[in-house]
Design a protein around this ligand. Structure first.
Ligand code: ADP
Ligand code: MG
Length: 329
């Protein structure tokens, strides 16, 4: 059983940044408005993710660590329309299998917070404001072979920050902070209060905070709807293209994805505008009827499968072509 959980963990947890991704997903699913990520030694020695979300009741802390335990979907039908980031119930179990993990949590209605040590199973009352903190120490300490594949602390830290950046670009209504060795290295304040102000302005402000004011100044807004597909976001003007494809962010129903259909569609919209092997810069947000996309393709949920990839390809391509035509006129 130990072996099986280690193997399963390998599919979800590749490096500290994978832990950060899963824990921030969970914090967002819990309705957090502020998420703090604290790291030590690039996240290898310590990752803590603290949120102000709904918390885990004392009597459910043990269950949360169990494999295939999810509170987010009840049956297969719900998998068709899953609206949360998580649904496989694997992440906490996988992370606990390859680290020294503790869960500290308090739902607002519970008087005390409780801390559960995953290894010993010991539960004790602690002081905490409502929300959850997950502490992950000594990642891969029991699997030295995996630990050997990790890069320098600086590289692992960069991947962790990138992981938070991907979430931050999808959720301008949530504040994010990243600390490394006790120093604040990134902070993105919420730019939007739901129900107040314009969410498009809020996204532009978040994009400016995360990708730089230059990106926003030298990009155009996307707004395109074709049947069940809506595409929004911003696309960099052709002369902002870079040598590397490191600033291409694609989201499907709020989830960061790597997807050939989307990147190919973007590529083809820019085709005649770019020279050489330059890579465009963009943040694309695709909203689509959840029944038309399968998010349960890969354990990390970074890949998706569209029911009709042509309809998505066309929508993205047209969204970009329409927007990029503006400065050409
Ligand atoms: P999944 O997210 O797929 O449900 P996880 O293993 O990531 O599976 O988490 C297991 C369960 O633990 C979740 O379904 C949720 O009930 C609970 N949980 C985990 N993290 C948090 C959190 N930060 N706040 C509230 N509940 C959480
Ligand atoms: Mg999860």
């Amino acid at each position: 059983d130990e072996l099986i959980s280690q193997i399963a963990a390998g599919e979800v947890v590749e490096r500290p940044a994978s832990v950060v991704r899963e824990l921030v997903d969970n914090a967002l699913d819990a309705g957090a408005t502020q998420i703090s990520v604290r790291l030590s030694a690039g996240g290898v020695r310590l990752i803590t993710v603290e949120d102000d979300g709904s918390g885990i009741p004392q009597d459910e802390l043990h269950v949360a660590l169990r494999r295939h335990a999810t509170s987010k979907i009840m049956n297969l039908n719900e998998l068709e329309t899953v609206a949360t980031m998580g649904f496989r119930g694997e992440a906490l179990a996988a992370i606990a299998a390859v680290s020294d993990m503790a869960l500290l949590s308090r739902p607002a209605a519970q008087e005390n917070a409780y801390a559960l040590d995953a290894r010993s199973g010991v539960l004790r009352p602690v002081a905490r404001s409502p929300g959850t903190t997950v502490e992950v120490k000594e990642l891969f300490f029991s699997t030295p072979a995996r630990r050997k594949f990790l890069k320098t602390d600086a590289t692992e830290l960069a991947h962790c920050i990138e992981s938070v950046r991907r979430h931050a670009l999808a959720r301008p209504d949530v504040g994010f902070a990243v600390w490394h060795e006790g120093r604040l290295v990134e902070q993105w304040r919420a730019t939007f209060v739901p129900g107040q102000g314009d969410s498009r302005d809020a996204l532009a402000r978040r994009l400016s905070d995360v990708l730089g004011a230059d990106f926003v100044a030298q990009s155009v807004a996307l707004q395109h709807r074709a049947g069940p597909v809506t595409v929004t976001g911003r696309a960099g003007l052709p002369d902002t293209a870079r040598a590397r494809a490191d600033h291409q962010y694609c989201y499907v129903n709020g989830r960061f994805v790597r997807d050939k259909v989307l990147s190919h569609a973007a590529r083809s919209a820019y085709e005649d505008l770019l020279h050489g092997h330059k890579q465009p810069v963009y943040a694309l947000y695709v909203e689509i009827d959840p029944a038309r996309v399968d998010v349960n393709v890969h354990p990390t949920k970074i890949e998706v499968r569209f029911r009709d990839s042509r309809e998505v390809h066309q929508a993205v391509r047209h969204a970009l072509e329409n927007a990029l035509a503006v400065p050409r006129a």
